[in-house]
Design a protein around this ligand. Structure first.
Ligand SMILES: Cc1cc2nc3c(=O)[nH]c(=O)nc-3n(C[C@H](O)[C@H](O)[C@H](O)COP(=O)(O)OP(=O)(O)OC[C@H]3O[C@@H](n4cnc5c(N)ncnc54)[C@H](O)[C@@H]3O)c2cc1C
Ligand code: SF4
Length: 436
């Protein structure tokens, strides 16, 4: 490798108009006619496999039939009954490995019913209207929810439906969790995450206090004292380290932080990106940062992953998406050493994990996308399992009166839809506890 003499990291790599075109909706919505035609493809299967594959167990054949019958708002209610963030899930769920993979039409002809797009069609219509639920009569009970991500919001909404008063404590300025700060920009356009938070809150009975971090100003013991129950939807705030002595060099970035900056950027053209970018990792975050680097104008983007394509957490669809955007994915490759000149990254020394061959890749920027971890903010009072909060089937923690869900719990699937499911299940368990 002949390293570049100076690292090439710059903003405005593309013509202005190109940015808007690059960050448009990945899957544009269906119009009414398209939705009718697509709903007509559903066989309305008995014991539908798509429904079993949905982590929130939405009655998929029923909502598709409601669309077919010309009643998208009823369809949306069927979806929201199980998943109040059905709008975001319609945009971000890896349907190709969930409901659409299970669809009988996928098996028969390799062309599943477009369940995700139909869900989006229905929920978009309903969200433009008044909130579809009324609160039950006040129970006089108060619940604290920590974290306003998908798990916390789903929990808060279900509790409010049952008539409990909910206060959500959220560390960041904006609510929504990774829906607001993490999901790829082309999956959630037009400030949808914020609009969905407003939709959830419009049921009433939920107050969000932003800038309130558990473990700092806020103490768990005080929440236990002041509320009838507590739900923790803390997500994962730690990032795994490479363990390289040059880890702090200029040009090495944590992918989740960079994506967060991109999601909050009013003008993406102002974000600096390397000409040559290397991404280390094999999950959704790795693919998202690789694709978004390309869309920001990086010339060469290479993802390295230490095992084979079939082992990657990113689905085959996502891997293909990256490749169609010009990302080069190298399997069976592990990082060995970050190469630095005058404090800045100039490349990455790598090793082929099956042949042992060593080689170098030129890099102006290296993104770490090697996973996140749970950081305990409860003062060690709650039992953990494999580094995350231990819960039972009802999402009860080891401490009476405290529930948890989403990415922060052991065995979590690290998907938006699974976090929503946890939040709703925990809320039902809290409701039984409060009304026992
Ligand atoms: C880059 C990236 C892309 C992803 N893309 C997808 C995708 O396309 N599809 C998909 O299904 N999933 C995706 N995921 C996974 C998905 O975003 C998560 O599984 C989901 O957001 C988890 O929800 P949660 O509520 O548990 O946590 P989070 O969304 O992380 O929300 C946790 C909330 O708690 C707050 N918080 C943390 N600590 C404290 C504290 N001490 N006090 C108060 N508040 C606190 C945080 O600020 C945050 O708002 C992606 C994840 C990442 C990182
Ligand atoms: S499996 Fe496919 S065809 Fe059958 S109900 Fe589900 S979406 Fe319809």
């Amino acid at each position: 490798m002949a390293p570049a003499r100076t690292p090439d990291i710059a903003a405005k790599r593309l013509p202005k108009a190109q940015y808007a075109a690059n960050f448009t909706d990945l899957h544009p919505p269906l119009n009414a006619h398209e939705a009718l035609v697509e709903s007509d493809r559903c066989y309305f299967c008995y014991d539908a496999p798509c429904m079993k594959a949905c982590p929130t167990s939405i009655d998929i054949p029923l909502f598709i039939r409601e669309i077919q019958a010309g009643n998208p708002k009823s369809a949306a209610k069927t979806i929201f009954n199980q998943n109040i963030l059905g709008g975001m899930c319609a945009r971000v769920c890896p349907t190709e490995t969930l409901c659409e993979e299970a669809c009988v039409r996928e098996h028969a002809e390799g062309k599943p019913v477009k369940i995700g797009l139909l869900q989006r069609y229905a929920t978009d219509q309903a969200m433009a209207d008044k909130h579809p639920y009324n609160r039950a009569k006040s129970s006089g009970k108060k619940v604290a929810v920590v974290g306003a991500g998908p798990a916390g919001l789903a929990c808060a909404h279900r509790l409010s439906m049952h008539g409990h008063d909910v206060t959500v404590f959220e560390a960041r300025k904006k609510s929504g969790g990774l829906n607001e700060y993490g999901i790829a920009a082309y999956k959630s356009v037009d400030d949808f995450a914020a609009k969905e938070v407003d939709f959830v809150l419009s049921i009433g009975g939920i107050k969000i206090e932003n800038g309130m971090a558990l473990g700092k100003k806020l103490k768990l013991a005080n929440l236990q004292r002041d509320y009838d129950a507590v739900f923790l939807g803390l997500g994962l705030s730690g990032v795994n380290a490479l363990g390289d002595k040059n880890e702090d060099a200029d040009g090495i970035e944590d992918a989740v932080d960079y994506i967060s900056d991109l999601r909050q950027a009013k003008d993406p053209s102002r974000l600096k990106v390397g000409r040559n970018v290397v991404v280390i990792g094999g999950g959704m975050t790795a693919i998202d940062i690789a694709v978004q680097s390309k869309l920001l104008g990086a010339e060469n983007v290479t993802v390295i992953y230490r095992r084979g394509a079939e082992h990657m957490k990113a689905s085959p669809f996502e891997q293909e998406l990256a490749q169609t955007k010009g990302v080069n994915i190298k399997h069976w490759v592990a990082p060995k050493k970050v190469l630095v000149k005058s404090g800045s990254v100039i490349g990455l020394k790598c090793e082929n994990t099956s042949t042992g061959e060593k080689f170098e890749i030129r890099a102006d920027m290296i993104f770490k996308a090697i996973g996140q971890s749970y950081i305990d903010v409860t003062g060690g009072t709650i039992a953990l399992d494999q580094g995350r909060i231990k819960v039972d089937a009802e999402k009860r923690t080891s401490v009476k009166g405290i529930w948890a869900g989403g990415d922060c719990i052991a065995g979590g699937k690290d998907l938006t839809v699974a976090s929503v499911d946890d939040g709703r299940r925990a809320a039902e368990s809290i409701h039984s506890f409060l009304t026992a």
